[in-house]
Design a protein around this ligand. Sequence first.
Ligand code: 3NM
Length: 221
Amino acid sequence: MKPEQLAVYFIMGSVNAAGRNPIEVLESALRGGVTCFQLREKGPGALKGEALLEFATACRDLCREHGVGFIVNDDVDLAVHLGADGLHVGQEDGDIRKIRSRIGGQMILGVSAHDAGEAGAALAAGADYLGMGPVYGTRSKPDAREASGTGLIRDAHAAHPDLPIVGIGGIRADNAAPVIRAGASGVSVISAISHASDPARAARELHQAVEEAIMEKERTR
Ligand code: 3NM
């Protein structure tokens, strides 16, 4: 996958839309310029069965309309059924090598990793990119680990410079730059966009912050 696709990586499930219609929130985020979308349908009130399939299909179709990659969190069957562009899994979601062989070589595979060891193992098992965090404190994942700052990204990027990384956890436009400076290709966010009063504007501001940090990094290289 191209690292640019990870620049502003929006993650949302139907329960993250702050009481609004999640499809409208996604549409606004896509208009604002998110570069990737992950459907992460988790937690109390998460859709299941037919309702999930209908919602996921609507998300996929909207992403297609905007030419933005559609990634499914965790649910291999749903990802394959929908012909998603990718699948994202955590360390607890099963053997990454087996997951790679189930989805085939074409589908993007993202893996959450928390240290350089997990990063190396994910790369060896066929991951296309890593999600690393939580960089800052987050309220969107009740079982998230302690905030780790940007050190983990720096270490993993130094060990595996060709493996694209996105930072996650508590990232907003005003604290995105250190994540990029540490070596990430982009930032992944739930609440910075899904809870924003204007998701399109929030996506634009994140995009600008990431672009500026990338340009600054290239200037000082
Ligand atoms: N994974 P927000 S933190 C889904 O550390 C997720 O692996 C994390 O939400 C990890 O942008 C997180 O609202 C939640 O902080 C990110």
